[in-house]
Design a binder for this molecule. Structure first.
Ligand code: HBI
Ligand code: FE
Length: 295
C-alpha cells in the first residue's frame, strides 16, 4: 500500500504524467500498513518538535483541538465530526491532484479533498505531489479557524467564476493559493509565524522560511501576488506576510473581473524580484537561488 492508484498515464510534452481519477473515495483506512502508520508518526513528531514558535498559534491549537495525533493515521470520519461541528467543512478522500474546476467546486462547497495514501519511508523529506501527510497535517487544522475557513470557501467560489475569464485569471488564482494557503507567513503578536501548508509539512522549509536570510519576506498585496511566479522544485524565493486571516478574507471580497482585466496586460514578476512599492520585512540575499525554473 502507500502506492497511489493512478488511472492511467498520459503522454505530454513533459513525458508521461499520471492522470488521477476525480472520484471521491472513502478512505480505505483498514488497508494502511504498519509502515504507513509509522511514516505518519515519524513525520508528525518531527514537525511538532520544530513547529512551536514557528507555526501560528491558530494552527497548533486547532490541530490539538481536532484530536489529530501521532499514534496512527487519523480517520477522516472522526476528524469530520469535529470539523463539521466547528466550521461546517468536510474532508473527502481523493487519489491526488484534481482538475482545477473540480477542486474549486469542492472548496466552494466546503469540502476539502485529502489524498488518501501516504508517502514511503524513503520519501520523508521530499515528494513532488501532495500526499496524506501534506494534505491532512498541513491543510486541515486551519479549516477549524472560522475566518480561514471562510477564505477557503471564498477562494473556491472565485475559482469557479474565474473559469469564465480564461488562462490569465486561472494563473492569478493559482498564484494566490500558492503564496497564501501553501506558503503563507503571518505577522502575529508573537512574531513571524507560518500558516502555509506547503511549509508546515516540510521540516527544511519550516526553518528556512523564517530563519534564512536568502528569501524575500514581503507584505501581502493581492495584485502583486497574482503577478508573481513561483518555485515548485526548490524553497520559495519570496514569502508573503499577512497581518491576520481577516486580511486574507477581505482580499477576496472585491470583484476580481477588473483585476483580471488589468493583469491580462501586466508582465508577470519573477519569483525573487523586490519591487519599489513592496513592504519589505526581509530583502533576500538570494543565496542558493537557481536562475531558471520560476513557474
Ligand atoms: N487538487 N486534490 C487537489 N489538491 C490541490 O491542492 C489542488 C488540486 N487541484 C488543483 C490545484 N490544487 C491547484 O491548481 C490550485 O492552485 C488551485
Ligand atoms: Fe497543498
Amino acid at each position: 500500500m502507500g502506492e497511489a492508484k493512478r488511472v492511467e498515464h498520459q503522454l505530454t510534452d513533459k513525458g508521461y504524467v499520471p492522470v488521477y481519477t476525480t472520484a471521491v473515495i472513502e478512505q480505505p483506512w483498514e488497508t494502511y500498513t504498519p509502515t504507513d502508520h509509522e511514516v505518519w508518526k515519524t513525520l508528525f513528531h518531527r514537525q511538532r518538535e520544530i513547529l512551536p514558535k514557528r507555526a501560528c498559534r491558530e494552527f497548533l491549537e486547532a490541530q490539538d483541538a481536532m484530536g489529530m495525533g501521532a499514534e496512527q493515521i487519523p480517520k477522516f470520519s472522526e476528524l469530520n465530526e469535529v470539523l463539521k461541528a466547528t466550521t461546517g467543512w468536510t474532508l473527502i478522500g481523493v487519489e491526488g491532484l484534481l482538475p482545477e474546476l473540480d477542486f474549486f467546486d469542492h472548496l466552494a462547497n466546503r469540502r476539502f479533498p485529502v489524498t488518501w495514501w501516504i508517502r514511503k519511508p524513503e520519501q520523508l523529506d521530499y515528494l513532488s505531489e501532495p500526499d496524506l501527510f501534506h494534505d491532512l497535517f498541513g491543510h486541515v487544522p486551519l479549516l477549524m479557524n472560522p475566518v480561514f475557513a471562510d477564505y477557503m470557501e471564498a477562494y473556491g467560489r472565485g475559482g469557479v467564476k474565474a473559469h469564465g475569464f480564461g488562462e490569465h485569471a486561472l494563473a492569478a488564482l493559482t498564484r494566490l493559493y500558492w503564496y497564501t494557503v501553501e506558503f503563507g507567513l503571518i505577522q502575529g503578536e508573537d512574531g513571524l509565524r507560518i500558516y502555509g501548508a506547503g511549509i508546515l509539512s516540510s521540516k527544511g522549509e519550516s526553518i528556512h522560511c523564517l530563519e534564512s536570510d536568502a528569501p524575500n519576506r514581503i507584505g501581502f498585496d493581492l495584485e502583486r501576488i497574482m503577478r508573481t511566479r513561483y518555485r515548485i522544485d526548490t524553497y520559495q524565493k519570496t514569502y508573503f506576510v499577512i497581518e491576520d486571516f481577516e486580511q486574507l478574507f477581505e482580499a477576496t471580497r472585491p470583484d476580481f473581473a477588473p483585476i483580471y482585466a488589468r493583469l491580462a496586460d501586466a508582465e508577470s514578476i519573477p519569483a525573487g524580484t523586490v519591487l519599489d512599492g513592496d513592504r519589505v520585512f526581509n530583502r533576500g540575499t538570494g543565496e542558493g537561488w537557481l536562475k531558471d525554473g520560476d513557474v
